[in-house]
Write a protein that binds this ligand. Structure first.
Ligand code: SAM
Length: 178
């Protein structure tokens, strides 16, 4: 965080205020150079569930969503607040067509690099999910993020799809078994 002491204090006060109920929070928080650096490190730390979940937990969640038939090969999944793409690469590896949205440039840059290194095609978009126009249609929406964009995302899921029903995950379902 750069600036004079009073700038920094003003920002800290601004960030520590609760937004009014049902109003979007302060999206720049996530893209602040200092905060996004610490957040990415926390996301990639495999020893705790503080930001992203541990790799083995993410593996279980993804396996559960696929083996339960909740997500199928070829499904179009919108991953809101995808962060560094830890879920997105696992879904894409199972032939799910993922669009990942995140407001943190640092996380999206990491996610794009990781998809490239893994030879996976993922449509990552650097943007605020509250600004999405939802013109595209998705079979499912995932949102593992403290913000609550899923009710806004619902119109993007076809109401009468021949292939699927409407599916929205505000958080991923933990697998009950290995
Ligand atoms: C707790 S992290 C979870 C990341 C990822 N879903 C995971 O589980 O590994 C929340 C993510 O939501 C993103 N985010 C928060 N508000 C956002 C907004 N308004 N638009 C886009 N992304 C947002 C943050 O940048 C952050 O990467």
């Amino acid at each position: 965080m750069k600036g004079t002491h009073s700038d920094i204090l003003r920002k800290m006060l601004q960030y520590s205020k609760n937004p009014p109920l049902f109003e979007p929070g302060e999206p720049r928080f996530w893209d602040d150079p200092h905060i996004s650096k610490g957040m990415l490190e926390a996301h990639l730390n495999p020893t705790h569930d503080a930001a992203s979940r541990r790799p083995e937990t993410i593996d279980k969640e993804v396996r559960h969503l696929i083996t339960s038939g909740t997500l199928k090969t070829g499904d179009r999944l919108l991953d809101l607040g995808c962060g560094p793409g830890l879920y997105a690469i696992r879904f894409a590896a199972k032939s799910i067509k993922v669009t990942g949205i995140d407001i943190s440039k640092r996380s999206i840059d990491y996610a794009r690099k990781s998809a490239k290194e893994n030879g996976l095609k993922i449509d990552y978009r650097l943007m605020n999910f509250f600004d999405i126009k939802y013109e595209d249609e998705y079979d499912a929406v995932a949102a593992r993020t403290p913000a609550r964009p899923t009710s806004a995302a619902k119109p993007s899921i076809p109401k009468r799809s021949s292939r699927t029903s409407r599916r929205t995950f505000t958080t991923f379902i933990p697998a009950s078994s290995g």
